[in-house]
Ligand binder design. Structure first.
Ligand SMILES: [Zn+2]
Ligand SMILES: [Zn+2]
Ligand SMILES: [Zn+2]
Length: 197
C-alpha cells in the first residue's frame, strides 16, 4: 500500500465519520422534535373549567351544572346556537350555486342566492330570543307543526309565539343569578374621610 493510498483511505474514513456525525445529529433532532409532552387522552371532560379541589358547596353545584351542560349540549336543537355562533348559509346540494337556510326546510325557504339567504337569516336573527349563553332562532324545519316556532333550550316544548317562549323560560327555567366574584384579598382601604359638617 503506497503512502498516497493511505492518505486516500484516511480521507474516506474522515468523510464517513463526518457523515455519521451529521446523521446522528439529524436523528437526535428528529427524535427531539417528535417528543411531545404527555397529554391526557380523554378530552371529553372540560377539565380546563374544572377547578379542583372543590372547596365549597357552591363550587360543587357550579361544577355539576357545567358538567351537565357539556353532556346535554349535543342534544340541543339545531335552531339553538351558542351566543356568538353565527348561523351560516348552507350550500344546496342539488345546485351548488344556491344556498339554503339551516333553520328552514327548502319548502319553507326555497334555495336561493347567497346574499338572499344572508338576508333571510338576518330575519331569523331579528326574531331570535336569547337565553343564558344561547340564542334561540325561529324554526322552519316542520317538526310536526306547520307554523314557524321556537324550541325551548331546556325541555322539548315548542312555542309559536316569541312572547310565550320567553314566559316559559322565565317561569320554568329561570336563570340563576349571576355568580358574585369570589372574595379577593384587597389591601385594606384607609378609613373614609368623615362627612363635612
Ligand atoms: Zn330560515
Ligand atoms: Zn322545530
Ligand atoms: Zn322548557
Amino acid at each position: 500500500m503506497s503512502a498516497d493510498d493511505k492518505v486516500e483511505i484516511i480521507q474516506i474514513l474522515r468523510d464517513i465519520k463526518s457523515k455519521v456525525q451529521e446523521n446522528s445529529t439529524m436523528l437526535k433532532k428528529i427524535l427531539k422534535d417528535n417528543t411531545v409532552p404527555e397529554v391526557p387522552s380523554s378530552t371529553c371532560v372540560p377539565s380546563k373549567n374544572l377547578k379542583l379541589p372543590l372547596r365549597t358547596f357552591e363550587d360543587v353545584a357550579r361544577t355539576e351544572m357545567e358538567l351537565k351542560n357539556t353532556t346535554t349540549r349535543k342534544k340541543y336543537h339545531i335552531t339553538i346556537q351558542r351566543r356568538g355562533q353565527e348561523p351560516q348559509p348552507q350550500r344546496y346540494l342539488a345546485d351548488t350555486n344556491l344556498f339554503t337556510c339551516p333553520f328552514c326546510t327548502s319548502q319553507i325557504c326555497k334555495p336561493r342566492q347567497y346574499h338572499q339567504i344572508v338576508a333571510h337569516i338576518a330575519g331569523h336573527k331579528i326574531r331570535a330570543t336569547e337565553y343564558g349563553g344561547y340564542v334561540i332562532y325561529s324554526c322552519g324545519l316542520g317538526c310536526g307543526q306547520k307554523a314557524k316556532h321556537f324550541h325551548c333550550c331546556q325541555c322539548p316544548q315548542t312555542y309559536i309565539n316569541k312572547a310565550a317562549i320567553k314566559r316559559h323560560l322565565c317561569s320554568f327555567h329561570p336563570l340563576p343569578p349571576a355568580a358574585p366574584d369570589p372574595p379577593r384579598e384587597t389591601p385594606s382601604l384607609p378609613p373614609a374621610a368623615p362627612d363635612p359638617p
